[in-house]
Design a protein around this ligand. Structure first.
Ligand code: NAP
Length: 412
């Protein structure tokens, strides 16, 4: 007998067999509990295995649950005209296993996060989805059935991206639309065309960016890195916020960067300074402009979350990874050289898209926002990026900038 016991084969037919004096019962909503008649006590755990169980499925056809005068539940089998205190669902119980959210890290690929997920009821909009991390993000969503819209400044590059995705899966629902974030009127036109489609918007990924490009002003009279990375996205969300609210629960993911840590946006008086965000040519340093724009991304995401989360729209900012070989380096030969050196050691595009995809779909992030994620993990951004006053101040400044440049009016 002892040998059987050590082999895990005790002298009972089943490990579930109850010791004498115990009875298995279930609550009205199907949870199994155990009553000890000798000690007059009840407990949720099986007295031998320590496991918790619940009934799987509904009562068999023709059965009904009722309560007697003492408040005890009994079951009526109307077809066979009999009653019993034994819950027939107890024949089919399942263990109460707490499903812990899966842990991802810097090696996780976007498609791994989406494994087994059906996104066919979701509409996803991605700015700059024609190349790099944005393309990989768009492809991942489209391969899982989502209706994906690429908002791009160049329609021929965007159409090429659409056909690349459709080559992978001919049923992918992906389309390209024109949206130049360097032009406030283009963003407004895009938003109108999007609304004319009369589709919801469940996931908005603010991904597009430029980095280290030479100083130049947009048609709206603002420094282009600032306008493309931040202000264009700000206006896009302003224009589409009613669609997002109607589509709630909806999520916004703003793609930022760790480089936000190396700068600040406020003047010596502590106010967000437009001269720092959109500097003149003589005060311009391209890397600094990018870092500031990436800091804007986090502050914008935080404030957006604060304002829209009561309406079911959450927002998080992400860092996709370091020095991934996309086209982001193309404006400056030195960046191209550094990105080439780093290339063997950096994340793949799929890994670069993972944190964005995680923030867009993870069930454990439902209703959660105003955070910063790296490697699919919540982490703290710089103190500047956590400053709520700067976030509110940037929002007000951005509101003023877009309202000073209303539709149809071009700045000098
Ligand atoms: N690569 C990295 O190591 C790295 C690191 C940290 C953060 N990030 C962030 O990741 C995001 C994606 O960058 P990426 O590395 O994938 O670079 P990328 O391949 O250069 O992608 C940037 C995308 O933005 C688009 N874009 C540029 N200007 C635009 C405009 N005016 N209007 C609309 N779209 C515009 C580009 O379109 P075109 O193809 O037409 O130029 C391109 O599709 C960016 O937010 C970037 O800051 C990247």
């Amino acid at each position: 007998m002892a040998a059987l016991k050590y082999a895990g084969m005790d002298d009972t037919d089943s490990e579930d067999e109850l010791p004498p004096g115990w009875e298995e019962r279930s609550t009205k909503d199907g949870w199994v509990y155990y009553a000890n008649h000798d000690e007059m006590k009840t407990q949720w755990e099986h007295p031998k295995t320590g496991k918790k169980k619940r009934c799987a499925g509904d009562l068999p056809y023709g059965w009904e649950q009722e309560t007697d005068a003492k408040g005890q539940i009994f079951y009526v089998d109307h077809i066979n005209k009999r009653t019993t205190y034994f819950d027939p669902r107890q024949a089919f119980t399942v263990e109460d296993v707490v499903v812990k959210p899966k842990r991802y890290d810097g090696n996780t690929a976007a498609l791994e996060i989406l494994q087994g997920r059906d996104l066919s009821d979701k509409v996803v909009l991605i700015t700059g989805g024609n190349s790099g991390i944005g393309f990989e993000t768009a492809k991942s969503f489209a391969l899982h059935g989502a209706h994906v819209i690429l908002a791009c400044r160049n329609l021929s590059r965007a159409s090429k991206a659409v056909s690349l995705i459709q080559q992978e899966w001919h049923k992918a629902r992906v389309e390209a639309m024109m949206c130049d974030l360097a032009s406030l009127s283009s963003v407004r036109e895009f938003a109108e065309s999007f609304k004319a489609k009369k589709v919801p918007l469940h996931i908005l990924v603010c991904n597009a960016a430029v980095c280290t490009q030479p100083w130049c002003l947009t048609e709206d009279g603002l420094e282009s890195t600032f306008q493309i990375c931040h202000l264009g996205h700000f206006l896009l969300v302003q224009c589409l916020q009613d669609v997002l609210r109607r589509s709630a629960p909806a999520r916004v993911v703003v793609v930022s960067s760790e480089s936000h840590r190396f700068t600040d946006l406020v003047d010596p008086c502590g106010k967000v300074d437009l001269a720092l965000l959109s500097p003149s040519q003589k005060d311009y340093w391209s890397m600094l402009a990018y870092n500031r724009a990436k800091l804007c991304n986090i502050l914008f995401s935080n404030e957006l979350h604060r304002r829209l989360s009561p309406h079911g729209v959450t927002s998080n900012a992400v860092h996709p990874g370091n020095m991934m070989y996309t086209s982001i380096h193309r404006s400056w030969w030195l960046m191209t050289f550094l990105f080439t050196l780093a290339r063997p050691f950096t994340k793949s595009m799929q890994q670069g898209a993972a944190t964005t995809v995680y923030c867009a779909v993870a069930p454990e992030l439902e209703g959660i926002g105003g955070m910063y994620f790296n490697n699919c993990f919540r982490c703290l951004p710089s103190p500047q990026a956590q400053d709520q006053i700067s976030a509110a101040s940037l929002w007000e400044l951005s509101e003023r900038l877009v309202s000073e440049r209303p539709a149809g009016v071009q700045a000098l």
